[in-house]
Design a protein around this ligand. Sequence first.
Ligand code: CAA
Length: 296
Amino acid sequence: MKNITVIGAGTMGNGIAHVFAMNGFHVNLVDMNPTSLEKALATITKNLDRMVAKGGIDEAKKSETLANLHPTTSIESCAPTSDLIVEAATENVEIKLSIFRQMDALAPAHCILATNTSSISITKIAAVTNRPEQVIGMHFMNPVPVMKLVEVIRGYSTSNEVCSQIMELSRNLGKVPVEVNDYPGFVANRILMPMINEAIYTLFEGVGGVEEIDTVMKLGMAHPMGPLQLADFIGLDVCLAILHVLHDGFGNPKYAPCPLLVNMVMAKNLGVKSGKGFYDYSHGGKELVVAPNFKK
Ligand code: CAA
């Protein structure tokens, strides 16, 4: 594989493009919005600068990585020459199905179609294409350049050969791939989201405050971020959407999202991306400040 197309230049898309480009692949980064492409390139450049400053890579590697990146608003221009397309668009079923129909029509027969979905069924996505055996989940974790895991999700029809190719490719990116099957939330979010939801219930019921809950999990369980900070980092709208997938998919009330999470998403307090969630990010610094709604 040489030519990779990444669809969607948001947080996950730009991280995925960064990692492929740094490992020598020709990467087309596609987004309908030119401003998103500009922002993505600025983010990748900033992250590469940080790696240079910390001695992880040199200036030559940074230039080589940037030269491998080709931003475009036209999927039609790059899909026909792609060996692998990784879709990292908005976490919305209809949008993903429409992108997969389009990719299937444009991509060459050998091309593998992967999705970075955090919870939408790979089998459902594959079923709208004429190559379901070549559709697979490639679930990277945020921040993509730092996190080692790629959760490789086999749809009901994914072939052994395609699965092996994606496992090997992930290793070539310096990642550790883990193969899992296609059930709601896969493995990562089936375990992570109930923990985050329980942390929100713990806050909702007044068992502990924001800082207390996060401190217990950071210092008591050696988590790099507490569950409420992590929810802000992932995006509360994304957490809610994944809990809905788990709740609908298993029909088990244990996955019902906490009413506080539902309210915060309705109020557009989505975490880091909106400037406010359990913490307040409006000051722009690294310091954690509890959001006014949760101050004692
Ligand atoms: N690009 C490149 N490097 C980055 C980076 C980025 N975007 N963000 C951080 N880094 C690097 C830093 O340069 C630093 O490198 P060194 O170790 O070489 O110094 C390292 O990562 C640590 O960064 P910081 O010192 O700035 O901050 P930190 O120690 O607080 O770590 C963190 C930041 C890596 C994000 C850490 O807090 C962490 O691991 N948090 C949990 C992240 C997590 O759980 N992610 C999964 C979320 S779930 C998901 O993504 C999937 C889903 O479906 C919801």
